[in-house]
Design a protein around this ligand. Structure first.
Ligand code: ADP
Ligand code: ASP
Ligand code: MG
Length: 408
């Protein structure tokens, strides 16, 4: 018999009916003799509601208190699900992150799991209990409640699966697997049967919000087989994410990810001399602002232009810092744009094939989309474009790379 960790996202526990249906699923798994740990998110919309409430009261809520507040969303769901499971006369225990001894660092709103003491959970499982754990939260060494960042229940589930050495971690959501791109944007998108950790890692880090990136990092590090499935369907294999995939032939492109969360900043006419990139980016890094894509143009008159992207939430702050830097460097001008989007092609097959980038650029040219920035790695190509062309670009690339057609 297997030990399975299952995670149900917000929509999957979004109403009493949905919670009842999760309880029924749990009862079916228990009947088959499996041991079950269930991780749940807050009911859909709840985390946003709590966030809005806090900001209504104070636009700058204290991070420690915000985590205390946000963690309540998941606490409601563990109790409701346990109450629903008990109707099947099955023994069940619910735990908050702290009660489940999920120890994190103290970085409120983006805490990292450091370790999990599994004694109590194993004790419960040995007694035949179903264990229900609140996702998205933990406790630091001062005893303070922390949260793991948006989408963090995925990471709770995978970290628990790793700590418990579970046979599989199943992520139940509102789509029946990982698709070639977000099926809400491209209806012809196709479900992938399998994916390698490194591809899922790229897709998640480039914007595919179906799994939180840290959950994929955990799965890869501890070799946890991860399966994404629909909570709305009885059957279905979903998408299995493992170190090795069983594909007959590596497709060139596995998927297209996109991200509207970035903004672009340019400093024009800076002296083209050693140390300039450092002097521009050092104060940005010093303000704890992460930089993503960077380009520097070749200058002609002894000056150069330097462009980089940051998270949209950090845009105004980065702009202010860059304007200060521009005075110090006697730059000509600082300009910015927060209506950009990043589109990325991802696939391990890219490693051994030239010409993917040129095909991508041709397709975008045919769509009359101007490429503002380009960044590549072994298994991905990303371009930054005007946000208004995002949907059309994804659609055109999806068709051009034949992603709707099944591969081996
Ligand atoms: P949950 O609340 O269950 O955690 P999320 O909203 O976080 O669910 O993630 C599921 C959503 O991810 C889907 O509804 C889908 O719109 C989106 N998504 C983005 N990219 C992909 C992709 N490549 N494959 C599947 N879903 C994707
Ligand atoms: N409830 C949290 C969120 O909305 C965590 C999660 O759903 O995974 O981000
Ligand atoms: Mg999610």
């Amino acid at each position: 018999m297997a030990l399975i960790v299952q995670k149900f996202g917000g929509t999957s526990v979004g109403s009493p009916e949905r919670i009842a249906s999760v309880a029924k699923k749990a009862a079916t798994f228990r009947e088959k003799g499996h041991s079950l740990v269930i991780v749940v998110s807050a009911m859909s919309g709840e985390t946003n509601r709590l966030l809005a409430l806090a900001h209504e009261i104070n636009p700058n809520p204290e991070p420690r208190e915000l985590d205390v507040l946000l963690a309540t969303g998941e606490q409601v769901t563990i109790a409701l699900l346990s109450i629903a499971i008990a109707k099947y006369h099955l023994p069940v225990r619910s735990y908050t992150g702290a009660q489940a001894r999920i120890r994190t660092d103290s970085a409120y709103s983006k805490a990292r799991i450091q370790n999990i003491d599994t004694k109590q959970i194993f004790h419960d499982l040995n007694l035949g209990r179903i264990v229900v754990v609140a996702g998205f939260q933990g406790i630091d060494d001062k005893g303070d409640i922390t949260t793991l960042g948006r989408g963090g229940s995925d990471t709770t589930a995978v970290a628990l699966a790793a700590a418990l050495k579970a046979d599989e971690c199943q992520i139940y959501t509102d789509v029946d697997g990982v698709y070639t791109t977000d099926p809400r944007v491209v209806p012809e998108a196709r479900r992938l049967n399998s994916l390698a950790y490194e591809e899922m890692l790229e897709l998640a880090s480039l914007g595919a919000k179906v799994l939180q990136i840290r959950s994929v990092e955990f799965a890869s590090k501890y070799n946890v087989p991860l399966r994404v499935l629909s909570s709305f369907e009885e059957n279905g294999e979903g998408t299995i994410i493992t170190a090795e995939t069983e594909r007959m032939e590596e497709p060139l492109i596995s998927g297209i990810a996109f991200n509207r969360d970035e903004a672009k900043l340019t400093i024009l006419g800076v002296p083209n001399e050693p140390g300039v990139a450092y002097r521009i980016l050092e104060p940005i890094a010093g303000a704890n602002i992460e930089v993503d894509v960077i380009i520097q143009n070749v200058g002609q008159d002894g000056t150069t232009d330097f462009t980089f992207t940051v998270h949209r939430n950090d845009y105004q702050r980065a702009l202010r810092i860059l304007k200060d830097t521009s005075v110090q460097l006697k730059a000509r001008e600082v300009i910015g744009d927060d209506n950009i989007a990043k589109v990325s092609l991802v696939g391990v097959g890219m490693r051994s094939h030239a010409g993917i980038a040129s095909t991508m650029f041709r397709i975008l040219a045919e769509e009359k989309v101007n490429i503002q920035m380009i960044s590549t790695s072994e298994i991905k190509i990303s371009v930054v474009i005007d946000e208004k062309y995002l949907e059309a670009s994804i659609q055109a690339l999806h068709t051009a790379f034949n992603l709707a057609k099944p591969t081996g």
